[in-house]
Design a protein around this ligand. Structure first.
Ligand code: ATP
Length: 468
């Protein structure tokens, strides 16, 4: 994990947030290549779950939303983590995380999810006598609930009237716009509403880079159906297959590092009939990547009640009114990005590698996700004809290829390859002296490190084909 975090900073994937002012815990900024990677993941998600389906439409709801939305959804009361404070060093930490860490260090296979405040308190204070992971003292406050929603005050008048919230999940945007979408489009049950966008949670547990942050990009789908006409268990299994296949085929993640985990009765929300998490084996253990929940008609019924609106849909065949039930796949895009980096990170065997230190670090990213698609190098920076030809090739490729292309003439060629390997650039093109004679260049493949000679006029179509 430390190596990945260092690579992210060194090469411009991820920087700590507000760094020059000492930082803000659990916030991160994305650098030039991180931004490209994030956007490539979002595009892949949108393409798969909106463009390539004929039963899902997308929306983009406001980040600031009416306080009643969050009362209706249960977030103002129920969206809270159990926290505990160390009286000695003032560390505030999630109570379940303190116990999980204790268990994982001792390879204890006990479950922590879904335990009550009292149960967590008893485990930390009495049963196990766990000490503070920061200062080593056993001087805890009691376990308390800490709400994760960020309040915002609108306008100049303070008080309850002007209170709104930054959204804690994108899902509520789909429920409150359900009627708008039904009235303004031609959707018919079963259908989904999808959204990609930021959510905000006042998380306090630091560490593990962007795994858990105060603001993060979510990709959520609310898939609405009539429970009398569609079998929820069948739909649930279809969603499981779609999610798994997206991670393996579109994101190129090794399926050996994935598993499903079903929530037990204690952990599952009271309105959910089944919840399963798709988990990835991060360097710090198997953790939730993507949640899948059957939420029944709970959300629409709550909003119908709180807003006093009819949120049913009329079945065109029977004329019957139905409040649809919903299955929700919810993922964090930034967490997906962290998974992709962990899965793609390799250190090559020094005896076969070409890096300047003998140790090649390479990100074996799916070419579709790679932040930079092609790097173009003149063999030598001080030979004008080589530099000119490299610039021409670079400009021409920019016209043909969708994505970032870069031109680099700094340092020696080995160092340039090394830098591109570290950000996962699939192809490097070098213009050498032979290029000046016969208008061919070398194309080096990131994974095999093999080079092939290609005519400049064929470069555009060859690279496009390889990136597909
Ligand atoms: P946890 O129990 O880990 O706090 P959760 O079960 O509340 O998470 P959901 O509300 O189901 O998470 O959110 C859906 C997805 O959003 C998660 O699977 C995860 O990928 C992502 N996510 C949730 N919280 C965060 C966060 N603070 N930072 C980054 N991603 C997050």
């Amino acid at each position: 994990m430390e190596k990945i975090v260092a690579l992210c900073k060194r090469r411009g994937f991820i920087y700590p947030g507000s760094e020059i002012y000492g930082g803000v815990a659990n916030t991160y900024d994305y650098g030039p290549v991180g931004t490209e990677l994030l956007s490539n993941i979002k595009n892949a998600w949108w393409k798969t779950f909106v463009h390539q389906r004929d039963d899902i439409v997308g929306i983009e709801a406001s980040l600031i939303s009416h306080q009643e939305i969050w009362k209706a959804s249960g977030h103002t009361t129920g969206f809270a983590d159990a926290m505990i404070d160390c009286k000695n060093c003032k560390l505030r930490i999630r109570a379940d995380h303190v116990i999980e860490e204790y268990y994982s260090k001792r390879s204890i296979k006990e479950k922590v999810e879904g335990k009550s405040l009292d149960a967590l308190d008893k485990i930390i204070q009495n049963d196990l006598g766990i000490v503070c992971p920061n200062c080593g003292k056993h001087k805890w406050t009691g376990v308390r609930k800490f709400n994760l929603l960020f309040p915002v005050n609108l306008g100049i008048v303070e008080g309850d009237q002007s209170l709104a919230y930054l959204r804690g999940e994108t899902a509520q945007g789909m429920f409150v716009n359900f009627q708008n979408v039904v009235d303004s489009t031609r959707v018919r049950l079963p259908f989904g509403i999808a959204q990609l966008g930021k959510s905000f949670r006042n998380e306090i547990t630091p560490g593990n880079s962007i795994f858990r942050t105060l603001e993060f990009e979510q990709g959520e789908i609310e898939y609405f159906f009539d429970p009398e006409k569609s079998d929820w268990e069948k739909l649930f299994d279809e969603w499981k297959k779609s999610m798994w296949s997206f991670v393996v085929k579109e994101l190129g993640v090794n399926e050996k590092n994935l598993r499903w985990r079903e929530h037990g009765d204690e952990e599952r929300s009271f309105y959910s009939k089944r919840t399963e998490d798709l988990e990835y084996k991060f360097p710090f253990g198997f953790k939730e990547l993507w949640g899948l929940a059957y939420r029944t008609d709970y959300d629409l019924r709550q909003h119908a009640k709180f807003a006093n609106k009819d949120l049913s849909i009329t079945d065109p065949e029977t004329g019957k009114k139905v409040v649809p039930h919903v299955i929700e796949p919810a993922v964090g895009i930034n967490r997906m990005l962290l998974m992709i980096l962990c899965d793609a990170y390799r250190e090559d065997d020094p005896s076969t590698s070409s890096g300047p230190s003998g140790n090649r670090v390479v990100l074996k990213l799916h070419p579709k996700l790679a932040p930079v698609k092609v790097a173009v190098f003149p063999l030598l920076a001080n030979k004008l004809p080589l530099v000119k030809m490299a610039k021409d090739v670079y400009r021409d490729l920019k016209k043909h290829i969708n994505g970032m292309i870069t031109l680099d003439d700094r340092g020696n060629i080995g160092k340039r390859y090394y830098a591109q390997d570290e950000i996962g650039t699939p192809f490097c093109i070098t213009i050498d002296f032979q290029s000046l004679e016969d208008k061919t260049v070398t194309v080096r493949d990131r994974d095999s490190m093999k080079q092939e000679r290609v005519k400049i006029e064929n470069l555009g179509s060859l690279i496009t084909q390889k990136l597909a």
